[in-house]
Design a protein around this ligand. Structure first.
Ligand code: KIV
Length: 270
């Protein structure tokens, strides 16, 4: 079982791997591949539930998928991504929502899209025994504030803000930090400035680890961001299989005799 201590110990020694998963079969594939951390991202909203953004995702959505992933994972550290407004509004609600992911759904840690408002909350969660992964740079729950999904930290002032917030979350006890869609030199500076491992997505090679969305990696997404890479073409495999099924049924080649059995002793049902 990978623990938050293992993740911290690996930083600087070997690259840390993290991938999203949202269901039991993909979690078991990711876990069997030896990935260190599985993130049940609120990207479940775009990737699985058909929303345009992560804004509509709620605690029930994430909880259901965290449960499925945890049940299928033997080794990787399972991180539950806390959805929009499930944290940061009311402290008690935030702690209960995050605690539920560990107590009821089997997660090992939570991720919070971070900002000045999550420093104290991170400290409190860590004190209570809820490991927190921070997330800075492009935080998709701010899509309405950004007016899209632009790269972050592209000028000195905003890059310094990211470094300062990273340090504040490091001091608050976060066990790692996702850095999304920031310039690679900014990610390198953050990695240098903090003790906790940095996990990059669209943040260059100098982070302590990398994270991508499962559906992008296997080539199942219809669209994927320029910073991700497809290591397979699962979408065309699936299309071929479904086309094959449809033509076999329509052409009378499926089902074959071995796909069903008759029951003995039933001669006349009229
Ligand atoms: O929800 C998600 O998948 C994420 C990753 C992109 C880091 O937050």
């Amino acid at each position: 079982m990978v623990t938050v201590r293992d993740v911290r110990a690996k930083a600087g020694e070997e690259p840390i791997t993290m991938l999203t998963a949202y269901d039991a079969p993909t979690a078991s594939i990711v876990d069997d591949a030896g990935v260190d951390m599985i993130l049940v991202g609120d990207s479940v909203g775009n990737v699985v539930l058909g929303y345009d953004t992560t804004i509509p995702v709620d605690v029930e959505d994430v909880a259901r998928h965290v449960g499925a992933v945890s049940r299928a994972t033997d080794d990787a550290l399972v991180v539950a991504d806390m959805p929009f407004l499930s944290y940061g509004v009311d402290e008690t609600d935030s702690l209960e929502n995050a605690g539920r992911m560990l107590k009821e759904e089997g997660a090992d840690a939570v991720k919070l899209e971070s900002g000045p408002h999550t420093v104290g909350l991170t400290e409190k969660m860590v004190q209570l025994g809820i490991p927190v992964q921070a997330h800075l740079g492009l935080t998709p729950q701010h899509v309405n504030q950004y007016g899209g999904f632009p790269r972050q930290g592209t000028d000195t002032e905003s890059a310094e803000r990211i470094v300062d917030l990273a340090k504040a979350h490091d001091d608050a006890g976060a066990f790692s930090l996702v850095l999304e869609h920031v310039p690679s030199n900014v990610a390198a500076a953050v990695t240098e400035a903090v003790d906790m491992p940095t996990i990059g997505i669209g943040a260059g090679p100098d982070c302590d680890g990398q994270v991508l969305v499962f559906h992008d990696v296997v080539g199942l997404s219809e669209w994927s961001p320029s910073f991700s890479k497809q290591f397979g073409d699962v979408r065309s495999e699936m299309e071929d299989a479904v086309d094959g099924y449809v033509s076999a049924v329509e052409g009378g080649q499926f089902p074959e005799p071995q796909h069903s059995q008759e029951a003995d002793g039933i001669d006349d049902l009229d």
